[in-house]
Design a protein around this ligand. Sequence first.
Ligand code: FES
Ligand code: FE
Length: 375
Amino acid sequence: MTTTDLPQSLLPTLPGRHYTDPGIFAREQERIFETEWFCAVRSADLAAPGDFETVQIGRESVLLARGRDQRLRAFLNVCRHRGARLCTEETGSVKRAFQCMYHAWTYGLDGKLIAAPNLTGMPDVDRTEYGLTALALREWLGYAWVCLAEEPPSFEDTVMADVSARLGGPGEIEAYGIEGLELGRRIEYDVRANWKQIIENFMECYHCATIHPELTEVLPEFADGYAAQYYVGHGAEFGEQIAGFTVDGSAGVDRLPGVGAHQDRRYYAITVRPQVFVNLVPDHVILHRMFPLAPDRTLVRCDWLYLPEVVGSGVDLSRSVELFHRVNQQDFEACERCQLAMGSRGYARGGVLVPSEHHIGLFHDWVRGRLGEQP
Ligand code: FES
Ligand code: FE
């Protein structure tokens, strides 16, 4: 679809309560984040057996751990005895098992119950039946995606299809070799805004001319409010004087070897429902993961990924990182500004989308469909 397929009028947005109502947020947690594939951790962050991380997915705490067989697994972070939260740290490493602090039930890295002390004289505890609750996990682009649904949707038809639709075909993202890249920098943003504000903002570029002076310098077409990611196959071109995707337009670092001629000197921005943004430029990839924590609070983890030899060389990445760090700060400040008004009578019936924002309406339809509401 292109913008010409959409009406050239104003379209309504979601009403304000969709950004503040705890009941709507709970339904989104249940019907979106606990149902879809959710990008949870970067696989390389859990490199060694025993490495673990806990993340919030919907209303659940999820424990991811690397097994002795090198496999990454995901479990509900709940002790099967009396329900104590098994692991309270965000990240760490255990030798060979997780032990519950309450009565010391002990689970292997594969989730099996391996010990339950002082059970003599008590009925046998079935070690398999009382293992941790395992969740579906797929690794792609160097990240572990988890699905809490009993019957997960097809990963290919959801996550991978979202990416190839935005890039104008399957295989385009492979050119960037993302799974082979290394973390150059990670910045975490605690954003006081509803998760949908952040997606809506990322989907449009109407705001670029107003709040992104550095980005529009590098990508001059954004100064016209061009909604780059909506144009299938469209990558915004660097300005003529621009040497690289850096805060001052100076040269970047070594180019990713697989990037094709048609992808060179271009910027692609992809929204992967429900909580990932991927930005592709010739010398690095920026991947955002959102963790919706409350109706008005979303944690965003942003990774800047480069060739391993670039990270290993110790070259200065600050100008490269600074460009999108500023964009993030500018965007999140705007999202927080909108969030302040979502409970106002002045927004009770919502606002409007101008034609270059109309594709946000498709996102709203998707959300409403998930919530069982009439679009
Ligand atoms: Fe975990 Fe009892 S609640 S061992
Ligand atoms: Fe922006």
